[in-house]
Design a protein around this ligand. Structure first.
Ligand code: GDP
Length: 312
């Protein structure tokens, strides 16, 4: 990629796409193509084909996806599998048909088996059953990885797939019930502080372990890999550090400055017990995260307070 390459960021208004876009602009890339959902429906095969034929992007970051937290994933599993399969199939096929030089597909850590040994190495993909609550979403993403690899084998396409750990940051979904744990807790603790509510409910037992990566670090990693990683095998992106959900809830409470009590709702699912990615592959290439969880939470909370009207 050079500064005048034509780059399409699919999903540029989402958590991941907007971080990639910010970083591309910051790094001096000038020909960035973007379309809002209203301008281009990526589930519409004919529209995607027309778009690629007209715009002819050279590089594609495929960050558009239907995503959500543990409850949204199990409630809307048909929508999650259908929309993700449609989006990625349309974009990958059109990228191939229009000679895209390189495509980066965003996967997810939930493609790995529920009980994978920890930390999770890339080669553990397809070695055991998936976590039930997000199996439909994960299956769509696994199909996307397979497509990138199959296009590489059959047509020599330079399509790579990256697996980020749990992400957070600006432009996330902060819905109190349907979002992922970190943004959902920021929202609920904030609302409780503002309304003077005495308790905040947090789901599950608090014992599961999760790794959290600020999305600006992910943006840096994606551009780094687009420039240097030429292999169709998947590659993890994470911090190598983990916290329990209980520790996370305490940190969010402190960040927000909420003085009430936390009540654990054990009727809600814990999901997979532990999910820590092995990041030795990307570390060997020379990339490391730079934003620690406490700092990342503080800046994300600041962002939420400033943008909360739009993010309800
Ligand atoms: P996961 O990493 O794919 O399991 O997705 P989530 O971010 O939705 O959930 C992570 C963990 O946080 C699970 O153990 C949840 O039970 C727990 N959790 C606690 N409170 C919440 C909450 O308010 N929302 C969500 N989504 N998860 C929560």
């Amino acid at each position: 990629m050079d500064s005048v390459s034509k780059i399409f960021v699919a999903g540029h208004r989402g958590l991941v796409g907007s971080a990639i876009l910010r970083k591309l602009i910051q790094d001096g890339y000038t020909k960035i193509v973007r379309r809002t959902h209203e301008e281009l429906d990526l589930t519409d095969q004919a529209a995607v084909r027309d778009f690629f034929e007209t715009e002819k992007p050279e590089y594609v970051f495929l960050a558009a996806a239907r995503v959500g937290g543990i409850i949204a994933n199990s409630t809307y599993s048909a929508d999650f599998i259908r929309e993700n399969l449609q989006i990625q199939t349309n974009v990958i096929e059109s990228a191939h048909a229009n000679g895209v030089k390189k495509l980066l597909f965003l996967g997810t850590s939930c493609i790995y088996p529920k009980l994978a040994p920890q930390p999770i190495k890339e080669e553990y993909l397809m070695t055991g059953p998936l976590e039930d609550t997000n199996r439909a979403y994960a299956t769509a993403k696994i199909a996307g990885i397979e497509m990138c690899q199959a296009y590489h084998r059959q047509y020599g396409s330079n399509f790579i797939s990256v697996m980020p750990t749990n992400l957070y940051g600006p432009n996330d979904n902060f819905h109190p019930q349907q979002a992922h744990v970190l943004p959902a807790l920021l929202r609920r603790f904030h609302d409780a502080k503002v309304s003077g509510t005495h308790t905040v409910e947090v789901w599950g037992t608090g014992e599961p372990l999760r790794e959290f990566l600020h999305v600006d670090d992910l943006g840096t990693a994606c551009i780094f890999l687009m420039e240097r990683y030429e292999n169709s095998s998947i590659i993890n992106i994470g911090t190598g550090e983990e916290v329990t959900i209980k520790e996370l809830a305490n940190l969010v409470q402190k960040t927000v400055g909420y003085t009430g009590d936390v009540v654990w709702d054990a009727s809600k699912p814990d999901g997979t017990p532990r999910k820590l990615l092995d990041t030795s592959k990307i570390h060997k290439l020379g990339w490391h995260h730079t934003i620690g969880l406490a700092d990342g939470l503080a800046s994300t909370y600041q962002w939420l307070v400033e943008h909360q009207e739009e993010r309800l």
